[in-house]
Structure formats: C-alpha cells, structure tokens
Design a binder for this molecule. Structure first.
Ligand code: ADP
Ligand code: ADP
Length: 228
C-alpha cells in the first residue's frame, strides 16, 4: 500500500528572468509503514521533495499524494508531521511544553502520559522542565523529534534532523531513533547527506540524481537492509 507518492513531479522556482528547475519529472513512492532515506548532493531538490509532501509547496507539474489525497488534507488532520534541521523549539518554554505544543496547535487536551512516554523514549525525562538553551544540540534535536511524534502521526518527514551534530553524537542519536522505530511503524521519509545514517535507519535508500538545474530522477540503490 502506497503512503507517499510523487508522480511526474516537476518544480520550478522562477527568480527574476531565470528559472531554477529543482525537480524535473520525479517519481517516488513510499509504502505504508516504510522508512525511506533520500540521499543526494546539496541542491539536488531533496528539501523540495519534503516541502511538497508537507503541502508547503505546490508542484509546477505532476502529482503529489499522501494516502491518495493532497498533503494538506493530512496536515489539517494532524496525521503528518515534519522535523526540520532548524528545530525551532520555543526558547521560553520547557522541553515538556515544547513537546506538548502540537496538542495545543490541534486544540486537543494535552496527553501528559504521552508527553512522559516521549520524554522517556528520547532520554529527556530528567530535562522535562529545562529550557532549550540549557540543553546540548543533540538534546534539542531529540526534543524536536519527540515533538514531531507527539500526536502519533502516520507520516513523518525528517529533513536533516541531526544536521548540525558532530559524527559521534549523530550516530548515537541514529541508534536511539532506530530503537523508537522498531517500537512503532511510522511511514517516514528522511532526507540526509549522511550515507551511513541513511542505511542505518531505512528499509530502503533512494538517491536523487542529476546536476543542479537539470533533469533529476530517483534511483533505487541496493542498500536496503532486512528488518525484523
Ligand atoms: P537540497 O535539499 O537537495 O539541498 P533543495 O530542494 O533545497 O535541495 O533545492 C533544490 C534547488 O532549488 C536548488 O537549486 C535551490 O537553490 C532551489 N530552490 C529551493 N527552494 C527555492 C526557493 N524557495 N526559491 C528559489 N529557488 C529555490
Ligand atoms: P547529546 O548526545 O544529546 O548531544 P551530550 O553528549 O551533549 O548529549 O551530553 C551527554 C549527556 O550529558 C546527556 O545525555 C545529559 O545526561 C548530560 N547533559 C548534557 N547537557 C547537559 C546540561 N545542560 N545539563 C545537565 N546535563 C547535561
């Protein structure tokens, strides 16, 4: 069953008299419950793919579907969430309040048990009352992932969620994340330029190829690992 689908997707960004072709006829599908990593050189259109799937951009041509519907539908139902590199935690709110934010945005009562579970999953229980600036970069990024998981989304879009971290911290977070994903199957598309991270976390790795401003297509690479 297909959860995420781009078919023949082209995206142009007009800038004055020039047009940047960010994507040109891209096809990509992600199955329900599948974790796919999207690799590719800088500027090849990875973030654009995520922004299209998050309903933050409209394709110039082609179709973008999530569960067979326009992405905005799932966003409106709080069934799709995103965690980008700029984790944008509220600086004046505690870690627990930051993780609870999606409940407030959705106008739902805050599920304290769920917040406690997410704090535990991401190893932040002892820091529930701390402010983001009191935490390390890795802890902020864990909090951002916890926040993205708050409403138990069916679809998660991750754009370089560990982008600013050193390699060792990053790898440790990868292992922590892999553990969370063995507990719950969420359809996930992870954008990264870190090949090891892509392979470590994903059921399947795809590479967005092509030169900047030129044709792009998605290539399957033989880097899938079996999952128990
Ligand atoms: P990646 O995430 O792989 O680094 P992006 O999706 O961010 O690539 O960008 C793909 C191309 O589209 C790049 O050439 C980038 O400069 C261009 N681009 C992305 N967003 C915009 C925008 N809002 N306006 C103009 N050009 C953009
Ligand atoms: P991360 O891998 O999440 O970036 P660090 O390597 O920075 O974490 O820190 C490792 C551990 O040190 C944390 O899990 C935490 O227990 C502790 N720690 C980090 N920052 C702080 C802080 N500001 N106050 C208290 N303990 C901290």
């Amino acid at each position: 069953q297909t959860a995420l689908e781009l078919s023949g997707v082209t995206k142009h960004f007009p800038l004055r008299r020039r047009v940047t072709v960010a994507l040109d006829g891209v096809d990509l599908t992600v199955g329900k419950g599948e974790f796919v990593s999207l690799l590719g050189p800088s500027g090849c259109g990875k973030s654009t793919v995520l922004r299209l799937l998050a309903g933050l951009e409209e394709p110039t041509a082609g179709q973008v579907r999530v569960d067979g519907r326009p992405p905005a539908a799932l966003v409106g139902e709080h069934r799709l969430s995103v965690a980008f590199q700029q984790h944008a935690l509220l600086p004046w709110a505690s870690v627990a309040e930051n993780i609870a934010l999606p409940f407030r945005v959705a106008g739902r009562p805050v599920d304290r048990a769920r917040i406690a579970e997410l704090l535990r999953l991401t190893g932040l229980t002892d820091f529930a009352e701390a402010r983001p600036r009191q935490l390390s970069g890795g802890m902020c990024q864990r909090a951002a992932v916890a926040r993205a998981l708050a409403l138990d989304p069916e679809v998660l879009l991750l754009d370089e969620p560990f982008g600013s971290l050193d390699a060792v911290t990053r790898r440790r977070l990868n292992f922590e994340l892999a553990r969370i994903w063995t507990e719950r199957r969420i359809t996930t598309l992870l954008v990264t330029h870190d090949v090891a991270e892509a392979v470590l976390l994903a059921d399947r790795v795809v590479v967005l190829t092509g030169r900047p401003g030129r044709v792009r297509h998605v290539e399957e690479v033989g880097l899938s690992r079996p999952r128990s």
